[in-house]
Design a binder for this molecule. Structure first.
Ligand SMILES: [Zn+2]
Ligand SMILES: [Zn+2]
Length: 367
């Protein structure tokens, strides 16, 4: 009987439950969790701010662990069969159909209506489907990846890494670009690392609080600014000084605040590009005071503004590759000092620490 941490319904504290070990279907597996992530999405899940979530729910959508039981065959994308005992991680997205209009015509699989996400849109009724648990049931068709990286190195990137990878891809960052990152949470930090890997000349970051801005500097940001201490005009002056008086070539918004989308547009140079990746939760429309001016902020600027939703297997695969490479993994090895571990029974504390920004990255270690 594995123990799991459950959000019973929105705004209720997490509680521990014991659930029966499932019968394994053909080509499925049981996964023993070593580490699972606590991210901003889990805070929103607990607050009931995501749509289409089936409570009760076991959170934890990105995890590392070992395959403890396999029934039938489970293979990686090179066709090599997994064995019991293999250290793996698995793509949290399951059931992307490769048969609908979005999958086949738009080639935008993150908008496939049939996709489900472990720990977010799969609830306890769907089985052992979240990582805040001793075990996860990997349904047939779950995409597993052999993990060569140390679990802590991979989790230092965590779910933010594939999200950030997708964002810098959408941003098409070119060699020599001056990049502005709004937000110094895990997605912002990973965007800084990956922008530099893509050849950015410099990356500057506006965020808060100071411990997260220190992590941004550690990740390679050449300058950071605390938005709590500087108004919009002061921020703009700071950016102009660092971008030859033009504004950022590319701005990536990773904050969760609707107003930051307008700032991203204003802080970008004419004919530059903005990628919005921080609006995973619906915080409602912009307030009148924060509304943008379509003429000045968008059309006249000849601005390219792009949304970025979720991530797919390619982003997850590249994340595992890059954190497994002895040279390329260096930024995430360095970020491991920012990991905070919690036992399954301390999940409420972990959620509170993430919500308050007291820790950069919280992990549940169920064993
Ligand atoms: Zn997450
Ligand atoms: Zn589809």
């Amino acid at each position: 009987m594995p123990t799991v941490a459950v959000i019973p319904h929105p705004n209720a504290p997490v509680e521990l439950r014991e659930v029966p070990t499932p019968e394994l279907e053909r080509d499925s597996a049981l996964f023993d969790v070593d580490l699972s992530e606590v991210c901003g999405t889990d805070v929103y899940l607990q607050q009931g701010r995501l749509q289409g979530v089936p409570y009760p729910l076991v959170p934890g959508h990105v995890s590392v662990g070992r395959l403890s039981r396999i029934r039938g065959t489970l293979s990686d994308i090179e066709g090599r069969a997994f064995r019991e005992g293999d250290r793996v991680t698995f793509l949290d997205v399951h059931g992307t159909c490769n048969a609908c209009w979005y999958c086949l015509v738009a080639k935008a699989t993150t908008r496939c209506p049939n996709r489900k996400v472990y720990g977010i849109t799969y609830g306890l009724r769907d089985g052992l489907c979240g990582g805040w648990a001793e075990q996860v049931y990997l349904k047939p068709g779950t995409r597993c990846l052999r993990l060569a990286a140390e679990p802590e190195t991979f989790m230092a990137g965590g779910c933010a890494l594939p999200t950030a990878l997708h964002a810098v891809e959408r941003a098409e960052i070119a060699i020599g670009d001056r990049v502005l990152v709004l937000g110094s949470g895990p997605v912002g930090i990973n965007v800084i690392i990956l922008s530099l890997m893509r050849g950015a000349l410099s990356v500057i970051c506006i965020g808060a609080p100071m411990n997260r801005l220190a992590a941004a500097t550690q990740a390679g940001a050449s300058a950071v600014l605390n938005f709590e201490e500087h108004n919009e005009t002061e921020r703009w002056e700071w950016i102009l000084e660092l971008t030859n008086g033009r504004g950022a070539d590319v701005t990536i918004e990773a904050t969760g605040s609707p107003a930051a989308v307008v700032h991203a547009m204003r802080f970008t140079r004419d004919a530059g590009r903005v990628v919005v990746v921080g609006q995973y939760t619906d915080h409602g429309p912009l307030s009148t005071a924060a509304a943008f001016n379509p003429h000045l902020d968008l059309n006249k600027k000849h601005l390219d503004v792009r949304g970025c939703w979720g991530s797919d297997f390619s982003h997850f695969y590249r994340s595992a590759q890059i954190t497994s490479d002895p040279v390329r993994a260096a930024p995430w090895i360095s970020l491991q000092t920012n990991l905070s571990r919690y036992a399954l029974g301390d999940a409420n504390q972990a959620l509170a620490d993430v919500a308050e920004g007291r820790v950069l990255k919280a992990l549940i270690a169920p064993r």
